[in-house]
Ligand binder design. Structure first.
Ligand code: PLP
Length: 400
């Protein structure tokens, strides 16, 4: 049961520009002036409410977007980054020190996997990868120096579902944090309301929905967000992956249509999922009652947004997958491209693209077929016509 409505919370915010502009004014400045030196000192010390110091720390355009995201997530606060990876890496680095340990879902976005597996060892931080849907495996992986559990609400690319309340209870048993990437499921699930301490996003995807920029966000308590932007030791402040205010203002406008887009993405994905299943194609879709995570998702999702815009089909071999994708692009189904959450349908073969950072042996271990084709289903007005094009492509490539 979910009576939290992130979209209405965004709409209820009163955000307007300095001349009554219906869109908040864009603050096109790197630095901010003070009439009194004392106020500048107080701002440095984080004590002057409503004052801005320097754009890498905070700026009004980023604050408007961050406040809207916090309203959507039901968190105290948020901070916006120049990419999803900026959000993920800052959130993680803020919580761990050299010598610490992380437990992570083995299925995550390939860039996240590479950061955890290849980059963090530089700081003597180790990671144990687990099947996040197996509570025993998660529990067994936790060590005295474990600081956090990392997962995605709906994992990339296998569309497994993380049991957030259960993972939180495991985290609480050990006094550690739960960090959740909610990129695939904005509005559908608000992870911090179901146990996450921190929710991270690649806003590049559904939230912005226009594929015109990369961007990210970190949502959480005041304590967490303030620690990230602390001038002395905040990871976001010191590594500096701040989002440009011009981008913030354009993403904020797109955020206001997210609820309509998510409904249409979900509707179209459900339609295609049923058609694939009827045609006898092996498909992963969390909306099917026989998907292993279906009931888990139902416990936390907001039903008005359905089961999301992501589906994956198994074409068995990479060669088959490639032939199908080329044909679908030719037929005008959408684009053979990485990324997701765009108004056009995008498809890619994760093993050779977004998860190529994951070694083949690990891909096998996580149950990822080399012929997997991941679809981010677009906002097509006539989804039956799209299905006819897919059907023709399947048939003409010998897959039907
Ligand atoms: N998280 C997920 C689930 C993703 O799919 C991606 C990118 O594909 C990222 C994070 C990284 O985001 P960005 O490309 O905005 O850095």
């Amino acid at each position: 049961m979910n009576n939290f409505d992130g979209a209405t919370n965004i709409q209820n915010l009163l955000q307007f520009g300095e001349f009554g502009d219906v869109n908040p004014s864009i603050t096109d400045s790197a630095t901010y002036t003070f009439m009194q030196a004392k106020t500048m000192t107080e701002t440095f010390q984080g004590e002057a409410e409503g004052c801005f110091l320097y754009s890498r720390h905070w700026n009004p355009s980023n604050k408007y977007l961050a406040d809207a995201l916090a309203a959507m997530e039901g968190t105290d606060a948020a901070w916006v980054t120049a990419s999803g990876m900026g959000a993920i890496t800052c959130a993680i680095l803020q919580l761990v020190n050299a010598g610490d340990h992380i437990v992570s879902s083995i299925t995550t976005y390939g860039g996240t996997f590479a950061f955890l597996q290849n980059y963090l060892p530089k700081f003597n931080i180790s990671v144990t990868f687990v099947d996040i849907t197996k509570a025993d495996e998660v529990r067994r992986a936790i060590r005295p120096n474990t600081r956090l559990i990392y997962t995605e609400t709906m994992t990339n690319p296998l569309l497994q579902i993380s049991d957030l309340p259960l993972l939180r209870s495991i985290a609480d048993e050990h006094g550690i944090k739960l960090v959740v990437d909610n990129t695939f499921t904005p509005l559908m699930v608000a992870p911090c309301r179901h146990g996450a301490h921190i929710t991270v996003y690649s806003m590049t995807k559904f939230i912005n929905g226009k594929n015109d920029c990369v961007a990210g966000a970190i949502c959480g308590s005041h304590e967490i967000i303030n620690s990230l932007v602390d001038v002395n030791n905040g990871t976001a402040m010191l590594l500096g992956p701040v989002l440009d205010p011009l981008r913030s203002s354009s993403i904020l406008k797109n955020l206001h249509t997210l609820h309509i887009r998510m409904k249409q993405h979900s509707f179209n994905a459900a339609y295609l999922a049923n058609k694939f299943a009827e045609a006898g194609i092996k498909i992963i879709y969390p909306g099917f009652s026989n998907h292993p995570g279906h009931e888990t998702l139902r416990k936390v999702y907001d039903p008005q947004y359905g089961f999301g815009g992501m589906i994956a089909i198994d074409m068995k071999t990479a060669e088959n997958a490639n032939k199908l994708m080329e044909k679908m692009e030719h037929e005008g189904v959408g684009y053979l491209a990485v990324s997701l959450g765009y108004f056009k349908t995008l498809f890619s073969n994760p093993g050779k693209s977004t998860s190529s950072e994951v070694p083949e042996s690990v891909q096998k271990e996580m149950g990822m077929s080399e012929g997997l084709v991941r679809f981010s289903v677009g906002l097509d007005n006539d989804i039956e016509m799209t299905w006819q094009k897919i059907r023709k492509s399947l048939f003409e490539t010998g897959n039907l």
